[in-house]
Design a protein around this ligand. Structure first.
Ligand SMILES: CC1=C(CCC(=O)O)c2cc3nc(cc4[nH]c(cc5[nH]c(cc1n2)c(C)c5CCC(=O)O)c(CCC(=O)O)c4C)C(CCC(=O)O)=C3C
Ligand SMILES: [Fe+2]
Length: 387
């Protein structure tokens, strides 16, 4: 048995709005990022992603190159097809009659199509699962704003309701695959480098997507003090501690960041994983185990920034690097997502909801002022309290 499940006394004491009343949802909305499916899609996709954000063209070309190296096809779409099929199988296995509709923020199938399909089939109470586990503008609020925009674009505002399951960074379904992965990763290092001294020569790197420091500060509810990195960094640190306690064998570890973009003048969360790998090599570390803690599947940020770039950096510096799997369609993860839908449908009390850190279980409905983008301000959003 891995992972102690804590009752979230702090969150449970937060008041009656923390857990919403039971709701008879009639469909699940699997909401994701989307990605190109051929070379011709790459630039239009990147324009969608960066719409109104002032990402310089040279950065777009740089990112286009990552996709081009994979034939212009992002792995994320097939991963979502697999996840959708796995969710459907798990729902069927449990005898739960909820269709799964899939819609993306940035590429086909778009959210708008999923909402139109829902309305045509008479589904008006949707519970969304976004493929992002933590709190921040990019991983939570931006989904909620795009839901509001898609409802508006399809004329379904007021007809279709979209709620969203809580951020699931500390749900055992999300965390346990990493616990298992780190355990196996460390065994893999021992097998690959006979005689290696784990305690002094191996380092664990928990990697997640960097975000602008000002956005990180504003992640999570403003009334809860989380320090400089906001709820985003605090949640990652708390989950990393749990994973280390379960399978880290007392090794040294850090939280590191990857996939930074934006102008160099704008501070983003650091250290970058490649910088940290260089430092560790200089300190005499011989192997790193990389836990992609911020990611639910092996999409492009994992395939490129970890499996290509971080691997190259490690090789250049004579380090062995082992990358742990993402949850993907791990049975525990898929079952956990279904549990998240059911706890919300049934209005399960917070004290009975599984959460592996003292920060959770997270809120059903985002708090006012949650996860602002400092540059864009608040746009209309669903699944949360205004603004
Ligand atoms: C926190 C976070 C996650 C959550 C982790 C998760 O959910 O897994 C995430 C996921 C993803 N990000 C993705 C791709 C991109 N993200 C970009 C840009 C950005 N991401 C940001 C943050 C995040 N991003 C930020 C602060 C920016 C800059 C501002 C902006 O533009 O919003 C850009 C634009 C070019 C660039 O600036 O790099 C691209 C192409 C893909 C698809 C991969 C595929 O195709 O397989 C996925 C799942
Ligand atoms: Fe991103």
């Amino acid at each position: 048995m891995s992972g102690k499940v804590l009752a979230a006394t702090e969150a449970a004491a937060d008041g009656p709005e923390h857990v919403e009343v039971p709701t008879a949802y009639d469909a699940i909305l699997l909401a994701s990022f989307g990605g190109p499916e051929g070379q011709d899609d790459v630039i239009p996709f990147l324009r969608n992603v960066t719409r109104g954000r002032g990402i310089p063209d040279e950065r777009l070309e740089e990112v286009a190159h990552h996709y081009r190296a994979f034939g212009g096809v992002s792995p994320i779409n097939d991963q979502n097809r697999e996840l959708k099929a796995a969710l459907e199988a798990e729902l069927a296995r449990r005898g739960i009659d909820l269709p799964v509709l899939w819609g993306n923020r940035n590429w086909a199938p778009f959210l708008d199509e999923a909402l139109t399909t829902a309305a045509e089939s008479g589904h008006t109470k949707l519970i969304a699962i976004a493929t992002s586990a933590y709190s921040s503008y990019s991983s939570c609020r931006q989904y909620r704003e795009d839901f509001a925009r898609a409802l508006n674009d399809t004329g379904l505002t007021g007809t279709v309701q979209i709620d969203k399951v809580r951020q699931f960074f500390d749900h055992p379904g999300f965390v346990e695959p990493f616990i298992e992965g780190l355990r196996e990763g460390l065994t893999g290092v021992e097998e690959a480098v006979p005689g290696i001294d784990l305690a002094t020569q191996v380092h664990v790197l928990f990697s997640t997507h960097s975000i602008p420091s000002e956005d990180a500060k504003r992640s999570g509810p403003p009334e809860r003090g989380f320090g400089a990195g906001g709820a985003y960094a605090a949640q990652h640190l708390a989950v990393a501690e749990v994973v280390m306690a379960e399978s880290g064998r007392g090794l040294p570890w850090d939280l590191v960041y990857q996939s930074r973009s934006g102008p160099p003048t704008q501070p983003w969360l650091e250290p970058d994983i490649n910088d940290r790998i260089r430092e560790l090599a200089a300190e005499g570390i011989r192997a790193v185990v990389i836990v992609p803690l911020g990611f639910v599947s092996d999409h492009m940020e994992v395939k490129w920034d970890l499996d290509t770039e971080a691997m190259e950096t490690s090789e250049e510096h004579g380090l062995l690097a082992v990358r742990v799997p993402t949850p993907g369609v791990h049975q525990r993860y898929v079952a956990g997502l279904v549990d998240l839908v059911l706890e919300r449908r049934d209005g399960t009390p917070a004290a009975e909801r599984p959460a592996m850190t003292a920060l959770g279980p997270w809120y059903d409905v985002c708090r006012p002022g949650c996860c602002e983008n400092v540059r864009l301000g608040f746009k209309p959003a669903v699944s949360g309290l205004a603004p």
